[in-house]
Ligand binder design. Sequence first.
Ligand SMILES: Nc1ncnc2c1ncn2[C@@H]1O[C@H](COP(=O)(O)OP(=O)(O)OP(=O)(O)O)[C@@H](O)[C@H]1O
Ligand SMILES: [Mg+2]
Length: 283
Amino acid sequence: MLAVRHCYMGSPARSRVPRAAGSLFRVTKMSRRRRIYEGKAKVLFEGPEPGTLIQYFKDDATAFNNQKHGIITGKGVLNNRISEYLMVRLEEMGIPTHFVRRLNMREQLVRQVEIIPVEVVVRNVAAGSFAKRFDVAEGTALPRSIVEYYYKSDKLGDPMVTEEHITAFGWASPQDLDDMFNLALRINDYLSGLFLGAGIRLVDFKVEFGRYYTDDDVRIVLADEISPDSCRLWDIKTNEIMDKDRFRRDMGGVEEAYQEVARRLGILPESASRETKKPKLTA
Ligand SMILES: Nc1ncnc2c1ncn2[C@@H]1O[C@H](COP(=O)(O)OP(=O)(O)OP(=O)(O)O)[C@@H](O)[C@H]1O
Ligand SMILES: [Mg+2]
């Protein structure tokens, strides 16, 4: 049996985090707190209340299973804000998420969950590894949205897996998987429309889910982040790439592309031009 690697978080405390977070959650950047995990794009700190974590968004970017490293100036600030925006919109649509509130430019308070070590990918248009695997031209619209699963393992290079592997190895139960599948498709429907309204095609995206324990219940919630690091986003008219592929393919203009996504979502003021060096975020 393969060990579940994502046990560094320990068991999430079985306490419910109040939705309207008050002063209890006011945490300053300077306060001392325990660093729980440092990943490639984010750092997790212990939150101010049991059952909470603080996600700190870094400017670090990696690709091709960690073989390529770089810094995208301002990425952490933009991803923190973009992910907040999308998680809040999804919550409004009835999708449960780990998001509690943004704390500052680079940090957000989230509910601690037991991460299910499976990345769920939803694809609407052929791109990246999918286009290569099936020898389909990039940009080909798929007959319907396709859901794929990848086992979260840097050591193994995040291999694609089937529902059989996931349930046989106990990474998720059939019920968990059913919830993840349905949530992923609902997220896709909603985000496709939201991005379309911003003149952006949602080509594909990756999400992570976790188990959130309350006193008498456990439920599957959307965790981690949704940002141009985890989505493929193309301009609807020109097909210009507005996501991490710009970094993977050394195309340049990475920060500007992330800024443009934020601007179109209404997070950056209209006046912020693509030339703006430092992202100016609205409250
Ligand atoms: N609410 C949450 N509770 C617990 N862990 C979380 C939560 N949201 C995200 N995580 C985990 O926090 C980490 C975020 O850091 P980052 O995205 O930098 O990791 P990573 O380098 O991509 O590594 P990994 O392969 O573990 O995802 C991820 O491991 C993610 O699964
Ligand atoms: Mg990650």
